[in-house]
Ligand binder design. Structure first.
Ligand SMILES: [Zn+2]
Length: 234
C-alpha cells in the first residue's frame, strides 16, 4: 500500500512539474515543451558548433581521434539554467533529457554537425548510480538526438566498471580524476571504421569523456565526435 501511494504521489508530482518550465517555473503553454519560449530564447547557447577549433574541441586535442565537439549551453553556479541539469539528474525528469536532446539536435543538424556520424554512444553511468536513479541521463539525451537525426544508438557496448580497490584507497581528489580504465568495450568489432558520437550531460574537465573514448583506442579507423548538453563556463 505504502509503495502504491508513493508511486501515485511521484507520478502526480511528475505530471505537475512536467507542465512547468524547468527553468523559471511558469506553467507551459500549448506547444511549449520542457522550457517556456522565453527561457528557450534566453538559453545561454555556446554556438560552438558554428566554430571549428572551439574551446570544447580544444579540450580533446591530441587526446582522441577527434572529428568535432560542442556543447549546447553554458552553465555556472547560480544560473537558473542549471535547474535543467539538476532536475534531469536528481528530479527523476528523464523526459527533460530527451526533450532537450531533441531541441539540441534540431538546432545542430542544420550546421552539418552530425554529418557522417554512424553511431551514438552515451557515456555510461556508474552501475550503482544508475540503479539508484533508475536511468542514465546521458542515454536520455542521446535518445532525443537519435530521434531527430535517425542515427542509431548503442547504449550497451561500452560498460562502466565498478570502483576497484586501488581507487578507493586514493584520496578524494585523485579518485575524481582517476578515470583511466573505468570503461570497458564489448564487441569492438562493431566499431571498426566507425564515426562515433559520444554524448554526455555536462562537460567539466573532459577527463571522463577522454577515458570513455579510450576504449576505442585499438579499434581500427575510429573517429570520434563529442556532444554534451551543457558545459561549465570557462
Ligand atoms: Zn521559463
Amino acid at each position: 500500500m505504502e509503495n502504491t501511494l508513493k508511486t501515485w504521489f511521484l507520478s502526480f508530482l511528475h505530471l505537475f512539474f512536467s507542465r512547468q518550465c524547468a527553468v523559471c517555473g511558469t506553467p507551459l503553454q500549448e506547444g511549449e515543451e520542457a522550457i517556456c519560449l522565453k527561457c528557450n530564447m534566453n538559453l545561454p547557447r555556446t554556438d560552438y558548433h558554428l566554430r571549428t577549433d572551439n574551446p570544447v574541441e580544444r579540450m580533446f586535442w591530441g587526446k582522441l581521434p577527434l572529428e568535432r565537439a560542442t556543447s549546447y549551453f553554458f552553465y555556472h553556479k547560480g544560473s537558473d539554467f542549471r535547474r535543467i541539469l539538476h532536475q534531469l539528474k536528481y528530479g527523476g525528469r528523464k523526459d527533460l533529457g530527451e526533450t532537450m536532446g531533441r531541441f539540441m539536435a534540431a538546432e545542430l543538424t542544420v550546421s552539418g554537425f552530425f554529418h557522417s556520424v554512424d553511431v551514438i554512444v552515451p557515456i555510461p553511468l556508474h552501475p550503482r548510480k544508475q540503479r539508484m536513479r533508475g536511468y542514465n541521463q546521458s542515454e536520455c539525451i542521446a535518445k532525443g538526438v537519435a530521434a531527430v537525426t535517425g542515427i542509431s544508438l548503442d547504449a550497451a557496448s561500452v560498460m562502466r566498471r565498478k570502483h576497484t580497490e586501488t581507487q578507493t584507497s586514493k584520496s578524494a581528489y585523485e579518485r575524481w580524476e582517476n578515470v583511466d580504465g573505468i570503461f570497458h568495450l564489448r564487441h569492438p568489432e562493431r566499431f571498426v571504421g566507425k564515426h562515433i558520437l559520444l554524448v554526455d550531460d555536462v562537460l567539466t574537465t573532459g577527463a571522463t569523456t577522454t577515458a570513455c573514448a579510450d576504449v576505442f583506442r585499438d579499434v581500427e579507423g575510429v573517429r570520434i565526435s563529442v556532444l554534451t548538453l551543457a558545459v561549465a563556463n570557462f
